[in-house]
Design a protein around this ligand. Structure first.
Ligand code: PAF
Length: 280
């Protein structure tokens, strides 16, 4: 496994692989890898001949008041996880390699990016779509892997690939959880022991919401109310949103019908965690 820092080095390596007729899987990450990322890399290694992992904390998806500076970084640890999980190449560029000083081209989406996190983090998906398009152009993958923990991001990327005719298959992979149900996230490291234990309320609340919907409840408001009530019973939790939308369109819905996403974003102190389930 190699670690490279430049676009040219990735292109050169991928070109060599393609010349040999090998398929390429891309796992875009912001580093500080955990078991959730490892599962994406393993899936990519199962399905593709070669795997590229990008490890880049992308500044354009953070608003000025967000945690860009404090976002955890540990490339040595990331290299170990990548090696163990079957990656062949880590692309670990500096900001200046990805964004020249007069960078001025962005991928703007409307639709699936407007609701949920798009409301609370208005520039977030513009940054995600821009950097993921760049990574697609740099690594030319046959398949790219995204976790369902960021279900809206998965929907946004699927829409972007369709709309912009990227010849890439998007593979969504299941949420990986701690043994007490908390979804794995690099941001879990920000939590104090009390907040960490309080955060388990998210999975409990979503499981109750899921049971209600699976038992035949057709009203999204009833499912939202159930999830909200359980989260609100935890004093350290402050809700950003609890919502139910169609998936992958991400349109708020009143009726539980077809494929739906129930998603939450909740603050514990200043740490904002997201979680969800998809039905249908
Ligand atoms: O999900 C993430 O870690 C990021 O949003 C991504 C897709 C790597 C783009 O920076």
């Amino acid at each position: 496994m190699r670690v490279v820092n430049t676009v040219n080095e990735v292109r050169k390596e991928v070109k060599e692989w393609k010349k040999q007729g090998l398929t390429v899987g891309l796992v875009p990450t912001m580093g500080f890898l955990h078991e959730g990322h490892a599962s994406l890399i393993r899936k990519a290694a199962e399905q593709c001949d070669r795997v590229v992992v990008s490890d880049f904390v992308n500044p354009t998806q953070f608003a000025p008041n967000e945690d860009l500076e404090s976002y955890p970084r540990d490339i040595e640890h990331d290299m170990k996880i990548c090696e163990e999980s079957g990656a062949d190449l880590i692309f670990h560029p500096g900001v200046e390699e990805m964004y020249c000083p007069d960078f001025s081209t962005y991928v703007n989406m409307t639709g699936p990016s407007d609701e949920l996190c798009g409301k609370s983090r208005p520039i977030h998906f513009r940054g995600v779509c821009t950097v993921v398009s760049k990574l697609f152009n740099i690594a030319s993958p046959d398949k790219a892997y995204f976790g369902q923990k960021d279900a809206q991001q998965l929907a946004v990327i699927m829409r972007m690939v369709r709309d912009l005719n990227f010849d890439i298959e998007i593979v969504g992979c299941p949420i990986i959880r701690e043994s007490d149900g908390l979804a794995k996230s690099s941001r879990n490291t920000y939590l104090s022991p009390e907040q960490r234990s309080a955060a388990t309320v998210l999975h409990r609340a979503l499981e109750e919401g899921r049971k209600l919907a699976e038992s035949g409840e057709k009203s999204a408001s009833a499912v939202i109310a159930k999830i909200t009530e359980i989260i609100e019973s935890e004093p350290l939790a402050r809700i950003d949103y609890v919502n139910v939308t169609s998936f992958p369109e991400i349109i708020p819905t009143e009726e539980i019908n077809g494929s739906i996403l129930a998603a939450v974003a909740v603050y514990f102190g200043s740490t904002r965690l997201i979680d969800n389930f998809i039905l249908g």
